[in-house]
Design a protein around this ligand. Structure first.
Ligand code: M6R
Length: 357
């Protein structure tokens, strides 16, 4: 079937073709699954992104900074992993003194907005229907719409007034790994431009070390965790958002019921479930004094406890730890799913791009 398109005057419109190239990333190693290839690629895709933010995309960033300073409120709208990276973004902006929050795209009707609200649409595919519906409804009703996407000229890119690309290259596995990492780095970079002391240049190396230093250990640990049914992942402040992302990876790829919660919420209910049969993963960097008490609470009840960075080597400085801890979670998920012989790259019931409401 051939479809022709006409304008209001009845003249045929001949669509122009546009070929989109995503950066090609090569890692000299053979991989059994896309996800582990993509986990490895993060060392390179993060570098490509940082270069692009410093050069090719610097004028777009200047405009975004000006929009931020001239708005009254900044809201990030996204789904799934993109929502988790958005939570990090709004956390960083609040730390810098801006009024900012993140909202799940399918719940965007809950948000208050006006002509001074700056909206970020965060999506690796740029085709997530929940986020597109929010964008269409908000177009011209807010201060400005800025998309942060991996796929240039995707629907969200085209709806937005301004667009940043995260330059992660093609991601084939349904689970987001390198796109999540590049979203977080984009937000770190934005926070740096707004005055936060963040050295983004050291991140590719930190990512590479997180993989190199932990992979063998995680491979072995995964053998013992293949029958794991439930795990609690606790973090506080920025690390709670990383807990959400690790939990999502464990659910979608390793089919493990993983529940992320603020450490401080344990004593408000969940502690009733904790005993010597429970598994807990705690995000416990040195800068988080509060989580230490929560760790004692689960230890006292005999839970089997893993801690990052105590049991896994990563740089535990703020805010880098929030990213590196997720790399550990990605590896852990991969190797458990492999032990379980699961369809790692294409988990049941899920699609890479959710184009329905
Ligand atoms: O393409 P998007 O970033 O908009 O997709 C949103 C979610 O569907 C996506 O992040 C999903 O949660 C990931 N596959 C999880 O790994």
């Amino acid at each position: 079937m051939k479809i022709k398109i006409y304008n209001k005057e009845g003249n045929e419109i001949i669509p122009k073709e546009k070929t989109v190239f995503l950066p090609e990333i090569r890692v000299e190693k053979n991989f059994e699954h896309f996800i582990i290839k993509e986990i490895y690629e993060q060392q390179i895709s993060s570098k490509i992104l940082i270069e692009s933010l410093k050069n090719e995309q610097s004028s777009i960033l200047d405009k975004i900074i000006s929009l931020i300073y001239n708005s009254n409120k900044i809201v990030f709208i996204a789904a799934g992993s993109s929502y988790h990276s958005s939570l990090i973004a709004s956390h960083l902006l609040r730390k810098l003194g801006f009024e900012s929050y993140s909202i799940v795209a399918s719940e965007f009707e809950e948000m208050n907005y006006d002509k001074k609200t700056l909206v970020f649409l965060v999506s690796q595919s740029g085709e997530t229907m929940d986020t597109i519906l929010a964008a269409k409804k908000l177009k011209d009703k807010v201060f400005s719409l800025v998309s942060v996407v991996n796929v240039p000229f995707s629907t969200l890119h085209r709806i937005a007034d301004l667009s940043l690309e995260i330059k992660a290259g093609v991601e084939k596995c349904v689970a987001a790994t390198k796109t999540y990492t590049n979203q977080v780095i984009t937000f770190f970079y934005l926070a740096k431009l707004l005055g936060m002391n963040i050295d983004v240049e050291k991140i590719p190396r930190g990512v590479s070390e997180a993989i190199k230093e932990n992979e063998e250990k995680i491979k072995n640990l995964a053998k013992n965790l293949k029958d794991l049914k439930d795990i609690f992942i606790i973090g506080r402040s920025i690390n709670y958002y990383s807990s959400l992302e690790i939990a999502l990876k464990l659910k979608e790829i390793a089919y493990i019921h993983a529940e992320a919660l603020y450490g401080g919420e344990l004593k408000h209910g969940t502690l009733a479930l904790i005993d010597e049969n429970s598994y807990v993963l705690a995000l416990n960097p040195y800068f988080d004094e509060n989580i230490k008490t929560n760790i004692e609470e689960v230890k006292a009840r005999g839970a089997k406890l893993f801690e990052i960075p105590k049991d896994f080597y990563v740089d535990s400085d703020y805010p880098y730890f929030s990213l590196y801890s997720v790399i550990i979670g990605q590896l852990l998920t991969y190797y458990i799913a492999k032990e379980k012989n699961l369809p790692i790259d294409y988990p049941r019931n899920l699609a890479k791009s959710v184009t329905v409401k």
